[in-house]
Write a protein that binds this ligand. Structure first.
Ligand code: B4P
Length: 185
């Protein structure tokens, strides 16, 4: 199975949920920029203070800040496979990532796009209830996704890396679909 992966999809599509399951069962390293940013917020670091307000407004944290965090983590990626969850989220981040992976001689093998209707996304995030999960903020995050992150779908489709997976249904059923897509491609 392909094991140098990237998960793409709207907020609340289940990237974090599915990434954790796939990494646990296949021994891949899980690198989530959302989790890394929330750890910085919890630690009260300067970086966390800068990120917190931005995240709670439903905006994307600056490319500079996210890239600084990711670069510090990339050295730990190894031949055991890895999954980038929620990164890149902008074309600038994707263009910065490519040469870093080339430098590590670990090219990306597949981009899994989790697809889901807005109504289900909103319902899931309201149930999750994180600080950035109020209805107004969620709607703004969806707009930001369409404007800044959705262009990555064509970016990776053109590179022949995109695998679309329907992200509605039980957590287990979606994991199964992702595994099939990764084996069949
Ligand atoms: P993330 O932490 O990446 O989270 P997310 O997109 O909101 O959710 P995800 O898709 O991971 O959904 P989850 O599994 O939790 O981003 C948060 C914020 O961090 C961003 O808005 C941004 O500000 C910042 N950020 C992160 N990366 C960045 C970057 N690269 N650049 C700039 N800013 C960045 O699932 C959602 C809920 O649904 C959960 O409660 C889950 O339990 C539930 N669920 C999952 N699957 C389900 C299923 N099949 N059925 C029912 N419920 C399900």
């Amino acid at each position: 199975m392909k094991n140098r992966l990237l998960f793409l999809g709207p907020p609340g599509a289940g990237k974090g949920t599915q990434a954790a399951r796939l990494c646990a069962s296949h021994g891949m390293k899980h690198l989530s920029t959302g989790d890394l940013l929330r750890s910085e917020v919890a630690a009260g670091s300067d970086l966390g203070k800068e990120a917190e307000a931005v995240m709670n407004r439903g905006e994307l944290v600056s490319d500079t800040l996210v890239l600084a965090i990711v670069k510090a983590q990339l050295g730990s990626l190894d031949g055991g496979g890895w999954l980038l969850d929620g990164f890149p989220r902008t074309v600038v981040q994707a263009e910065a990532l490519a040469p870093l992976l080339d430098g590590l001689k670990q090219p990306l093998e597949a981009v899994v796009l989790l697809e889901l209707d807005d109504a289900v996304l909103i319902e899931r995030m309201l149930a999750r209830g994180r600080a950035d999960d109020t209805e107004d903020v969620i709607r703004h995050r969806l707009e930001v996704y369409r404007e800044k992150t959705a262009p990555l779908i064509d970016h990776y489709r053109q590179q022949g890396l995109l695998l679309s997976v329907e992200a509605q249904g039980s957590v287990e059923a979606i994991t199964e679909r992702i595994e099939q897509a990764l084996q069949g491609s």
